[in-house]
Design a protein around this ligand. Sequence first.
Ligand code: HAM
Length: 416
Amino acid sequence: MITKQKGTYDIYGDLAKKRAYVNEVLDALCEKYNYGYIETPVFEASELFHRGVGESTDMVQKETYDFIDRGDRSITLRPEGTAGVVRWFIENKLYGNLTDPVKVYYNMKMYRYERPQSGRNREFTQWGFECFGSDDVMSDAEVISLAYNAYRLLGLDNITIKINSLGDTESRNNYREALIKYFKPKIKDLCEDCQNRLEKNPLRILDCKVDAENEIIKNAPKTLDYLNEASLERFNKLKELLDLMDINYVVDTNLVRGLDYYNHVVFEVVLDDSYALGGGGRYNGLVETLGGPSVPGVGFAMGYDRTILAMEEHNVNIPINDSIDVYLLYVSETEKETAAYLTQDLRMNGFITETDMMGKSLKGQFKSVDRFNSKYLIVLNDEKLADNKITIKDNKTKEEEDININDLVDYLDMHM
Ligand code: HAM
C-alpha cells in the first residue's frame, strides 16, 4: 500500500468544509482591509529562500526541501510566503510609483522538513499578508490589527499578541555586539549549533530549540535595552496606536522570531501559552537583500492548520452544512429520465440535489434520503407524471403534497 508521506495529511469531508468556512471569513476580512489576493509558485530558486530567510536560520539549515531539478537548477519548495512575494514585487517593478502601499494576501501550502507532531507538519498552509512601501507605524498597526481581527472573527477571542522590537540597523548592531559579549564566556555550555551561531548570527541563539529552557539564554540581554532613541520612540508610538485600536497585546522582550529579515516590530499570536498560531513583523531590508531598491515592508502569516486545530480544541462553532435540499427517488426508466432533467434544473436554480446512481431499490433510496439528511424528497411516479404531477415531501414534518412539475422551483423557493 502506498501511504501518505510523513507530516502530510489529506483534506476532505468536514475538514474541507471547515477550511472553506475559514477561507470565506478571511477573504471577506482582507477585502475590508483592501488587500488583493496573490499566489506565488510552490518552487523557486533556492537562493531566494536561502538569502531571504537567512543562511544561518534553522529553517534554511535544517528544514528546507532543496533539490536539483532535471535542468541542474537548485530549487527549494516554498517554506514561507514572504520571500516569494518580495520576488514578485521586485520582478514586476512595483516599487516604481509607490504613491500608496502595495498590499497583498495569500493562502498557500508551505513545506518544511520538521519533526511532525500535532500542529507541526511538513506540508502546511499559511494565510498571510504583506504590505510594501510604508515605513509608518500606521502600517505596523494595520498589519497587527488585521491579524488580531482574523482570530477574533474565527471565534478565538482569547488570543494574545506578543510584541517586541528589534529596532533599526544601528540598534540591531548594538544588540548583536551585546549578545556576543554576553555569550562568549558561556558558549561552551550551549549546544554545538549555538557555538557556531555565536559569531555568524548570535540572535539565532535566542531561538535555539535544544537550549530553549537554558538559564543562560533566558538571562541574555533584551532587545529593548539596546534600541536607540528613534527606534524606542517608534515602538512606543506603535503601542499607543494599538491601545487606541483596543488590541490586546503584551510586550515580550524574549521574542526575536526565527527568520533573519526582521527589524523594528516583531509579533506572534499565542493561545493558552502554547505554540504560535502565527507570526510576523517588519522587514525593511528584505527587498534590497533580494535585489530590489530599499523599500520597507511589514507582514504576518497565520499557521492555518494550527488555527483550525485551536478552533476545534476550543469548541468554536464552525458552521458546516451537513444536509442537502432535495433527493429524487425513481424506479422505472422513464422516471429516471425525469430525475435526470429535474436534478439539472434544481442544481442550476441553486438547490443541493441528489438522486440515485447506484441502481438502488426504492427502500435503499429512502435510506439515502436520511443519510444525506435531505430537507425534501420527491418520489417520481409514471402515473402521476402523465398528469405532470410529482409528490414532494418535507422530510422533517413528513407532510407531502402533489404539485405540478413546472411549479417545483417556485415551490422550493417559497418553502426554503
Ligand atoms: P513563521 O513564524 O515561520 O513566519 O510561520 C508563521 C506561522 O506558520 C507559525 O506561527 C506557525 O503557526 C505556522 N507554522 C510554521 N511552521 C509550521 C509547521 N511545520 N506546521 C504547521 N504550522 C506551521 C513566517 O513564515 C513569516 N513568513 C511570516 C511573515 C510574513 N513575516 C512577515 N510577513
